[in-house]
Design a protein around this ligand. Structure first.
Ligand code: NAD
Length: 398
């Protein structure tokens, strides 16, 4: 059983506490920190948390807690992590790990030097659909991964600090691109080095100093490309979709809209439908169990099991650091309008994981390019002659 210090009484503090207290859990949020006394008191009462405080040091150093969970605005993650490491507590930090890779590296080194357990709370790699996909892809179900596509778009975040660069460190890239980038790493293989990035970003709609939309491509050493699409301008709810394509297969996932659960109501559902839903009348896309569907349940199970067993969880601060380094390259690319290298001071994956040739032999003299069943029932093959390099087609004899 763990007693937990929760830093932050906002949306994610609420989801995390609900998750940690769900389903007859043994673990308990013991202290809640919020800078506002009223918010701390009210949230602690309604979430069933015994103690609350407006003093971050007091919350972190509470003698009864052994785990610190950080659910504060992005610019405060660094300070909170450094304090938790100094206090010798296990530390779990929400996404993005930091506002830039320099801070992320400092945070990684702080937890490693202090020898404390660390987990990166990237929930979207823990959704049941994504866990199944990662498992299938890692066993070769789609062959060699060529392309991943991850999209998170919605009508914009719910608190002022997200829109303010000094508190958030960036716009849609830092807020949601971090999810998409880590999903792509999980599918391509975390051992495969991300090499370079090209990214477009703009402020299409809102009067802010950060981007409200972005599209990027991350090129990996294996030749795979991870595409991400993020926006705070999308209308119609929260569009959370992932795809992975390889030489032998494809997976498509829709997490939030059109999941197979659709409801029509002429009078309205009378309240909250799902995160970032834009209305409660007409055709709706409710979500059965948000805590499960968004990955929070499997994420905290992995984190606390790993802590108990003395092993690393699936997502660590090192992963958060790599994601921050990729996002830094995105911002450099937006400015330069060119491919920019991903600068990683520490790389712990494979070196030289490039696989040059995935070509299949058709027979001694030919490489296979393509095989297709035609409308007349015959099977056509397109081949490359090894000796001459000529491209030819044949009807396959059965
Ligand atoms: N899917 C996810 O993993 C997910 C979802 C939402 C948010 N987040 C992350 O969680 C963190 C918090 O986001 P949120 O949605 O809960 O935000 P929020 O605005 O709902 O809550 C933020 C909390 O921090 C407090 N806070 C704000 N400014 C502060 C300051 N200067 N000093 C001390 N406390 C301050 C607020 O009072 C509130 O308790 C962010 O890093 C965000 O990226 C993750």
């Amino acid at each position: 059983m763990h007693k937990i210090t929760m830093l932050g009484a906002g949306l994610i503090g609420m989801f995390y506490t609900q998750t940690l207290h769900a389903n007859r859990s043994r673990d308990k949020v013991h202290v809640l920190y919020s800078r506002s006394e009223q918010k701390a008191k009210e949230a602690a009462a309604s979430w069933g948390v015994e103690k609350w405080t407006t003093d971050m040091d007091e919350a972190i150093n509470d003698p009864d807690t052994d785990v610190v969970v950080i659910g504060l605005p992005n610019s405060l993650h660094r300070e909170a992590v450094l304090k938790a490491a100094k206090a010798g507590k296990a530390v779990l930090c929400t996404k993005p790990l930091a506002t830039n890779s320099k801070d992320a590296l400092e945070m990684l080194q702080a937890v490693e030097n202090a020898g404390v357990f660390h987990g990166y709370l990237e929930d979207l790699t823990y959704t049941p659909k994504m866990l199944k996909t990662i498992d299938s892809v890692s066993k070769g179900a789609v062959g060699k991964v060529l392309w991943t596509r991850s999209r998170e778009t919605h009508p914009g975040p719910h608190s002022a600090w997200f829109w303010d660069k000094s508190a958030s460190g960036g716009g849609a890239i830092v807020d949601m691109g971090c999810h998409c980038i880590e999903i792509s790493r999980a599918l391509v293989g975390k051992n495969v080095r991300p090499l370079e990035v090209v990214c477009w970003a703009d402020t299409q709609v809102h009067p802010i100093d950060v981007e409200d939309s972005a599209i990027g491509l991350v090129r990996y050493e294996s030749g795979a490309v991870g595409q991400f699409e993020t926006s705070w301008c999308f209308r119609g709810g929260m569009d959370l979709r992932d795809e992975v394509s390889g030489t032998e297969g494809t997976v498509w996932i829709n997490h939030w809209l059109r999941t197979g659960f659709e409801m029509f109501t002429n009078v309205g559902q009378q309240g909250y439908v799902a995160e970032k839903a834009e209305g409660d009348k007409g055709w709706l896309f409710p979500v059965g169990d948000e805590l499960v569907e968004l990955g929070y349940v499997h994420m905290f199970t992995d984190m606390l099991d790993a802590l108990d067993r003395g092993i690393q969880p699936m997502e660590t601060f090192y992963d958060g650091y790599v994601v921050n380094a990729i996002m830094d390259a995105c911002y450099r690319s937006v400015a330069s309008k060119r491919w920019e290298p991903v600068e990683l001071e520490i790389w712990r994956g494979e070196k030289g994981s490039a696989e040059k040739s995935g070509f299949s032999n058709y027979d001694d003299k030919h490489l296979l390019i393509k095989e297709e069943k035609m409308p007349d029932g015959r099977t056509k093959v397109i081949l490359k002659e090894k000796e001459s390099g000529r491209i030819v087609e044949r009807i396959k004899r059965s």
